[in-house]
Design a protein around this ligand. Structure first.
Ligand SMILES: [Zn+2]
Ligand SMILES: [Zn+2]
Length: 272
């Protein structure tokens, strides 16, 4: 029994430390809901989407450093990236972020601004709500994405996102505005809205989802992000891997793994 008491008191103490730091932030930096929900959201967008994602863009534009070439999911694509093609895509990307995304974030703020932010949620609450967000995102993204692939509507909306058969990090949001509202932002915001997430949980969720979508579209399969192949392969073959986690793809039989090992085996056979 005693062995349980100690970890529990450490857990409680860590919670108290986090709570006091958070209260210090609210009292000395800002507790204005506009700053917490909108300004912070914009900062997260610039740091993680444009900043972190920009590193991949830089590697694509310069085709450097050389040691990164071995991580390319589709070697030979965007090596180097066509600035003309990417410049056109940037207009759509910026439009989606600022003309579509910003009002949606403002809408979220109007729903969330009265949620009490002073008390931090317990760590286990954050974990459970995080799982809830992942499940809701998977449901909304998988079914809306599959619907967007329906032959009657594909060419009107989703075809745009698939112009990049070998995606580049920022092309994660190169898509029709309707797709951006439903499949991208809708799928991410639904959990925040339905579970009335604390603003700190919201920040963590937004950072994780931005990093994931940037990785998934980066075109680089780095050792620490094992899921890149999954969505990149969707861009390559169109008819498989519609979800985010792969769970609903496994359930519906639309899950596919790129035959990387087969290629290695073939090339090993050739070298024999
Ligand atoms: Zn994509
Ligand atoms: Zn698709």
């Amino acid at each position: 029994m005693e062995s349980l008491v100690q970890p529990l008191s450490v857990y409680r103490n860590l919670g108290l430390v986090a709570q006091s730091k958070w209260e210090f932030f609210l009292d000395n930096v800002t507790s204005d809901p506009y700053h917490l929900w909108i300004v912070a959201n914009v900062i997260i967008l610039f740091v993680f989407f444009f900043g972190y994602g920009g590193l991949f863009v830089l590697m694509d534009v310069t085709n450097k450093p050389n040691f990164m070439r071995k991580y390319k999911v589709q070697p030979g694509t965007n090596e180097p990236l066509s600035l003309e093609k990417f410049g056109k895509a940037m207009k759509v990307i910026l439009f989606n972020h600022f003309v579509i995304g910003y009002p949606m974030t403002h809408g979220l703020y109007l729903f969330m601004k009265d949620v009490d932010v002073r008390e931090l949620p317990a760590f286990h609450t954050i974990v459970l709500q995080f799982i809830g967000c992942i499940i809701l995102q998977e449901i909304v993204f998988y079914y809306s994405h599959r619907m967007l692939h329906h032959k009657r509507i594909y060419k009107y909306i989703h075809k745009k996102h698939h112009e990049w058969t070998a995606p580049v990090s920022w092309t994660a949001v190169y898509c029709h505005p309707i797709e951006h509202v439903v499949a991208n932002m809708g799928a991410v915001y639904i959990g925040i809205f339905l579970m009335k997430l604390h603003v700190v949980t919201t920040w963590i969720w937004l950072i994780v989802t931005i990093i994931k979508t940037i990785n998934d579209h980066s075109g680089y399969n780095l050792p620490f992000c094992s899921t890149v192949d999954f969505h990149d392969y969707h861009h390559e073959i169109f008819i498989k891997n519609f979800g985010v986690t792969g769970l609903l793809d496994k359930f519906h039989g639309t899950h596919a793994v790129k035959a990387a090992k087969k290629t290695t085996r073939n090339s090993a056979r050739k070298t024999k």
